[in-house]
Design a protein around this ligand. Structure first.
Ligand code: ATP
Ligand code: FE
Length: 371
């Protein structure tokens, strides 16, 4: 089996080719980070154009690096949601063009399932059922993965995701956003005192597994405003004292942001073990899972609960084509795919994209899970 995966749900245009045994034959990512830094956020129309400009090149390079032609492929996998619909369409159109011209089956992939399942490529021992914490720019999910395509959502965010809080904190602290906010905060936090500012941990009194990061964002903004620092001056030219205040804010924010993950993750594992006592692993994935402090703290949570942590390498935590190819492969293997589209499919076809697409049924303890 050889599957090409295409990902365009947000701000990265990515493709990869993966073999049935998990071997990654090639991967290419074109990031819109420069664009984001320049304009301070994603505008859907701008992101769509950026994807459209590079998609052909990204896929072509992926094929060339693997030294394959389209006829060598078994199927084409593509992210169909959740994400920005204009962006998703660019990937879906490209995938259908390839599948149509070479008569290949097509597999529609859930972006968050892909973040979770790439852990099975990395750790071949990882069997269902397992627990997963998926943390990224747009999602903050605690799920019990029962089987392929079968998830129970134990918790989600009621407002922002943790990645969004990292990104805003970085922006407000005047950090260099040419990469993304997360890594910039992680780096600066190493210089700071994590206990210097007493941010309060969100949702402490709620006995559920949901998250909230909007309040912490506000606390951070107020902390920045109330201190005498000029965040218009880039960090590299800031005075020593100004730099250390910013580092303290970054470190204190990170400590509480991650403490919130630890609290809810612990409770979710307890819930999950009642539903599926055979769980052995905690998967932590999504862009924020590339953070070393996050990994260390969640390793401790997993250990405390008798589970083994599986966290993909950073390059497979942030958006990538490998996770899409792999998830497509897993579904393809059990017969879940669409037949090849017609070779002459018109370009204005209404594709099946799912901008909002829950990963599974919601569950709250006390209510039985709908299955
Ligand atoms: P989603 O998966 O919810 O659709 P996305 O695809 O944009 O969102 P990912 O690429 O999975 O998100 O993750 C990007 C997020 O991860 C950004 O918010 C970024 O700041 C964060 N991130 C990346 N690296 C780190 C890090 N080292 N520490 C903290 N956050 C990080
Ligand atoms: Fe993502």
């Amino acid at each position: 089996l050889i599957v090409l995966g295409i990902e365009t749900s947000c701000d990265d245009t990515a493709a990869a080719i993966v073999k049935g045994n998990g071997e990654i034959l090639s991967q290419v990512i074109a990031s819109q980070a420069e664009l984001l830094a320049r304009y301070g956020g994603v505008a859907p129309k701008m992101a769509e154009e950026a994807h459209a400009q590079v998609i052909d090149k990204v896929v072509q390079e992926t094929m060339e690096k693997a030294n394959l032609t389209e006829r060598d492929l078994s199927a084409v996998a593509v992210t169909i949601g959740p994400g920005l619909s204009l962006c998703l369409r660019v990937g879906v159109q490209k995938a259908r063009k390839i599948a149509g011209s070479s008569s290949l089956p097509i597999v529609g992939v859930h972006h968050m399932e892909a973040h979770a399942l790439v852990a099975r490529l990395v750790e071949r021992e990882l069997q269902f059922p397992f627990m997963a914490l998926l943390i990224s720019g747009g999602h903050n999910l605690l799920v019990l993965a029962q089987d392929l395509g079968q998830y129970i959502q134990l918790g989600t965010t009621i407002d922002d995701a943790i990645g969004e809080a990292y990104d805003k904190t970085a922006k407000w602290l005047g950090l260099d956003l040419r990469k993304s906010g997360g890594p910039a905060i992680e780096e600066l936090a190493r210089e700071g005192d994590p206990k210097s500012i007493k941010f309060s941990t969100p949702m402490k009194q709620h006995k559920d597994c949901n998250f909230s990061y909007a309040g912490l964002k506000t606390q951070v903004r107020l902390a920045i405003e109330s201190r005498n620092i000029d965040t218009k001056i880039p960090l590299s030219s800031a005075s020593i004292q100004d730099r250390s205040v910013r580092a303290d804010i970054a470190a204190s924010f990170q400590r509480v942001a991650v403490l919130h993950l630890e609290d809810k993750c612990e409770r979710a594992i307890e819930w999950a073990l009642k539903i599926e006592p055979s769980i052995r692993h905690l998967v932590v994935s999504g862009g924020v899972a590339s953070n070393k402090y996050v990994r260390a703290q969640l390793t401790a949570v997993a250990r405390k609960k008798g589970l083994q942590l599986v966290c993909p390498p950073p390059s497979l935590c942030t958006d990538n084509g490998v996770m899409v190819a792999w998830t497509g492969l897993e579904h393809f293997r059990i017969g879940r795919f669409d037949p090849p589209p017609p070779a002459d499919e018109p370009e204005d076809t209404m594709y099946d994209v799912r901008p909002r697409w829950p990963l599974g049924e919601e569950y709250t303890e006390g209510r039985s899970a709908a299955r």
